[in-house]
Design a protein around this ligand. Structure first.
Ligand code: FES
Length: 89
């Protein structure tokens, strides 16, 4: 997919997520470490709260209902439909 921007509300840091990297890797590169385990959208370790924006859910952990709420995202594998996501980190 395309690149997009993630704004980390608590840290007040904006991170550009390239088309070839995960949100988790982009955040790590900016010094924001999020615990990951499976990195395949299965375990739920990396689930992070979303404050704004529309996630492009690629995981198999959240239920369909949870995905529709757009208030959580698996940052190891999911991406963004909107140009910008705001995360509660
Ligand atoms: Fe397992 Fe993201 S690390 S779902």
């Amino acid at each position: 997919g395309d690149s997009f921007e993630v704004y980390c509300a608590q840290s007040d840091i904006t991170v550009e997520v390239g088309s070839d990297q995960s949100i988790a890797k982009a955040l790590k590169g900016a010094g924001i470490k999020i615990d990951v385990s499976c990195e395949e959208g299965v375990c739920g370790t990396c689930i992070t709260d979303v404050l704004e924006g529309e996630p492009d859910h690629r995981d198999h952990f959240l239920t369909d209902e949870e995905k529709e709420d757009n208030d959580q995202i698996a940052v190891c594998c999911s991406r963004a439909c909107s140009k910008r996501l705001v995360l509660d980190i």
